[in-house]
Design a protein around this ligand. Sequence first.
Ligand SMILES: NC(=O)c1ccc[n+]([C@@H]2O[C@H](COP(=O)([O-])OP(=O)(O)OC[C@H]3O[C@@H](n4cnc5c(N)ncnc54)[C@H](OP(=O)(O)O)[C@@H]3O)[C@@H](O)[C@H]2O)c1
Length: 335
Amino acid sequence: MNYKKVIIHEFGGPKVLQVIEESTLPEPGTGEARIKVLAASATFTDTMVRKGIYYGFKETPPLSPGYDMVGVVDKLGQGVTGLEVGQMVADLTVFGAYTEYMLRPVDTLVPVPAGLDPAEAVSMVLSYVTAYQMLHRVAKIQSGQKILVHGAGGAVGTATLQLGALLNLEVYGTASKPKHELVQSLGATPIDYKNEDFLARMQAIGGVDAAFDPIGGENLKRSFKSLKKGGTLVPYGFYNQAMGKGGNVALDYMSIAVWNILPNGRQASFYSIGDLRKKNPAWFKEDLGLLFGLLKEGKIKPSIEKRLKLEDAAQAHELIEQAAVKGRIVLIVNG
Ligand SMILES: NC(=O)c1ccc[n+]([C@@H]2O[C@H](COP(=O)([O-])OP(=O)(O)OC[C@H]3O[C@@H](n4cnc5c(N)ncnc54)[C@H](OP(=O)(O)O)[C@@H]3O)[C@@H](O)[C@H]2O)c1
């Protein structure tokens, strides 16, 4: 049976994303399941994989990007128990999810409650688990505290805002002006980082209990200074360096180490969804399961600005790199 897949033959700009047709479905081996993908996120991290600048990523083209997916089990390999054909599942694939069919080891799959919209469900996997674990597993945030969220109008940012609102946090979010309405609608106070000094704003309120920074470089230093005594900085990305806007990953790591040695009453702890899942796979499943529960109860609703087709992956990447997406984009794959 023919099926579609988006692959890159070389690292590069959005145009390297090519739609190809495969002629034979992959056969699941022992301990594997074949998944018919329903939805895959298109995220900034996928653009880094596509450009060949995703830190620690060793794969080389040809490959398909696609950091997460929700799909249904289509066929089971030998020795698989506890999973049924037709069941909806999710996974953090890191790459490979821009396809109609893929193989996954069954022990990494997380069941998705019946009745959830696959596009909303897939939004939980990379973006919401990141937001949830940064808040709860790293910063160990308490109800009523103050936080600063950079990139507040993006995929992880909007997830952090929503989860922050559930905890009754006082949330400040940096975003460019066109995203302020969205940031406000999610209960946060927007700060126009292009025209305002977020550090001065944070110092004026006595500092925050936690700051979440995917930007890096100078921004990271200012985020650290935005903390009150006892506060935690959670760096989790290098947006500026990835966009060629300055910053240096090695220097950021050095700064984090130095800040933690100096007696300044504050701490910094880098978050990586992949590293934490490797260290504690049970947490990933537990946290994703909890998020599916909140979604099912209607307590959270991802800000999906666009639902595009798998064939529109290049357009999705262009929009993401132009910071033209309010919230997130999901690729609707089968159906
Ligand atoms: N460590 C992890 O496990 C992990 C997990 C997920 C994502 N990430 C990383 O987190 C970052 C964000 O991911 P995402 O999926 O949320 O990306 P996204 O949806 O593209 O959002 C990024 C947002 O940042 C805003 N922005 C750009 N420069 C900014 C600045 N200087 N200050 C404040 N906001 C700025 C952009 O819009 P405006 O400029 O219009 O406001 C955009 O909305 C990426 O670097 C990604 O690789 C890391």
